[in-house]
Design a protein around this ligand. Structure first.
Ligand SMILES: CC(C)(COP(=O)(O)OP(=O)(O)OC[C@H]1O[C@@H](n2cnc3c(N)ncnc32)[C@H](O)[C@@H]1OP(=O)(O)O)[C@@H](O)C(=O)NCCC(=O)NCCS
Length: 172
């Protein structure tokens, strides 16, 4: 069994779009209307948008491979790339997605540890993320890895206002 993490670059744009759409669909399509899903997918994962994000020096994307097969990805943000004003002592995990067939193999933890490594290298004091209040699997995962809920904010899935919990882990 081999697990490998590679940082993405612009050459990965289309692969990033594919895995973003695939994993978002797997995670949320059963609990959201097709219209709201389509609106979100088009806005968040169009090639122009992803290209902009890949080119932002305050954001980094990583792919994780399980036995040489692409299994998931993570996006981390610092400074102004964070989706909330959290200041320059924090790092945001904006996205972390493992394809369903690779879940529960420890890959999510490997990606989160990568985020913690980057945060520590940059002397960040905490790592934070927003997670839909109804995403019970992800909430259980974050709690298992030491995150606690510190606040909440609104998130739009198409035209539906949803609540995201803000989860935070203080770094030593
Ligand atoms: C949430 C997610 C990233 C977790 O990744 P994963 O690879 O399945 O999780 P891991 O195997 O690394 O689990 C790490 C630990 O969390 C625990 N855990 C993971 N999912 C869990 C769940 N649903 N319930 C309880 N514990 C869970 C594991 O048991 C493991 O504990 P251990 O270290 O004691 O063995 C993954 O399931 C996923 O991509 N889900 C769909 C997308 C999603 O919801 N992303 C988050 C959006 S905010």
């Amino acid at each position: 069994m081999t697990i490998q993490i590679n940082q993405c670059n612009l050459g990965d744009l289309r692969t990033l779009q594919e895995i973003s759409i695939e994993t978002f669909n797997e995670t949320f399509k059963d609990q959201n209307s097709p219209e709201n899903m389509d609106a979100y997918l088009e806005r968040a994962f169009n090639l122009n948008q992803l290209e902009k994000e890949l080119s932002n020096s305050s954001s980094r994307f990583f792919f994780v491979y399980f036995n040489n097969e692409l299994a998931g990805y993570i996006k981390v943000n610092i400074d102004d790339a964070q989706s909330e004003e959290m200041g320059n002592e924090s790092l945001e995990v904006e996205r972390i997605y493992i394809k369903s067939k690779f879940q529960k193999h420890g890959l999510g933890k490997v990606l989160l540890n990568k985020a913690i490594e980057i945060a520590t290298e940059r002397n960040k004091k905490k790592i934070w993320l927003g997670v839909w209040e109804k995403n019970e699997n992800a909430l259980a995962f974050y709690k298992r890895l030491g995150f606690v809920q510190t606040s909440a904010h609104s998130f739009y899935m198409g035209d539906e206002e949803q609540t995201d919990f803000i989860m935070t882990k203080i770094l030593n």
